[in-house]
Ligand binder design. Sequence first.
Ligand SMILES: Nc1ncnc2c1ncn2[C@@H]1O[C@H](COP(=O)(O)OP(=O)(O)OP(=O)(O)O)[C@@H](O)[C@H]1O
Ligand SMILES: [Mg+2]
Length: 379
Amino acid sequence: MIQNPFITSGEIPEQYFCDRDAETKKLISMLTTGSNVCLVAPRRIGKSKLIKHLFAQPEMEKYYTIYIDLFHTSSLRELVQTFGTAVVSVLQTKGEKTLAKILSGLRSIGFKLSSDPITGVPTLGVELGDIQSPELSVNEIFDMLEKANKPCIVAFDEFQQIVNYPEKNVEALLRGRIQHLANCNFIFCGSQRHLIAEMFMSSKRPFYASTEMMGLKPIPQDTYTEFVKRMLDQFGKTLQDGTVEYVYGLAQGNTAFMQRIFHFAFNRIGKGEECTQMVVKLAFADMLDAAEDVYQPLLSRLPEHQKMLLYAIAKVGRAQKILSGSFIRANSLKSSSSVQAALKKLLEMDLLSVENGEYFVTDMLLQYYLQRMLGMPME
Ligand SMILES: Nc1ncnc2c1ncn2[C@@H]1O[C@H](COP(=O)(O)OP(=O)(O)OP(=O)(O)O)[C@@H](O)[C@H]1O
Ligand SMILES: [Mg+2]
């Protein structure tokens, strides 16, 4: 039995996964009828966990499911490293072919097999320097998928990363192969709305009109309330009416944020005790305290004009017309050109986001942290 049913990092065991039934069904129906899907939604709402949940469904047993996280990749070579390793580990563990045979099909990648000196478990590795011609390698990986003895569902998470690679032809290269793979369907997932939208919705781009677009909304409040009750109940704890509503409002339905608050709240109460609004308020304060170690160094590294803009936006939550004279004066900012420069940097660092012309602090906890620094009362 685990210690806390509100999972805030790592894999979520199925019994602690909340809802997403309709979304899972929709994905299954699209992917098993030949569509590719582009899943785009705000940060920390639950995109990646939804894909993992999908892959755990019985309907997926007929498929090889391959999950590739491109978040840390910054070149085609790194894509090959990540993609290749994911494909090999799935095909190998599913007993598709002997490892030697798989690796001979991926000769250009230069995989090295070694065994863990302590456990003896074989591990597969590849150094970036051993990938001499990444384009050839990409083709070898797709060849491997094409020849697999079961259909494949391949998820590329944080797919917008490929736009930042120095190689210019990556979209065309991937698209060229993907459209001809009869036995594979793909999920492209990302959160930087504008980058992904441009990739799939501009007629000038290779991926144009090649996928079904799907968004992801917050889990409905009623559903999340039922979930919180059920989780607490399993551990002999109860929920005071109105508590989830309070948290839902604070988090604007953001899944990761709500799960974190309830994770801390759960730890604050013992068996037989009630999770009240006061408990979650204290839990929220715990969270802000715990975040200090991360946010203090982050803030201390920011130049003053960037920090001032960040504070100005955090103060109002969602800010419009931030280049206007009134916004600049009200927040003692320097000039519209200095705001523009700061904005560019903060967007690049993903500290700020923009949606429909409104700017907001991407990390909601940071927003509340900054508000607390400004001495604003926490409702
Ligand atoms: N259905 C769910 N049930 C329970 N917790 C969830 C669920 N979905 C998301 N979470 C919580 O939210 C956190 C973030 O989820 P996830 O990593 O899937 O979000 P994401 O949208 O992929 O985020 P990012 O934009 O950072 O990639 C998880 O670690 C977990 O705490
Ligand atoms: Mg994710």
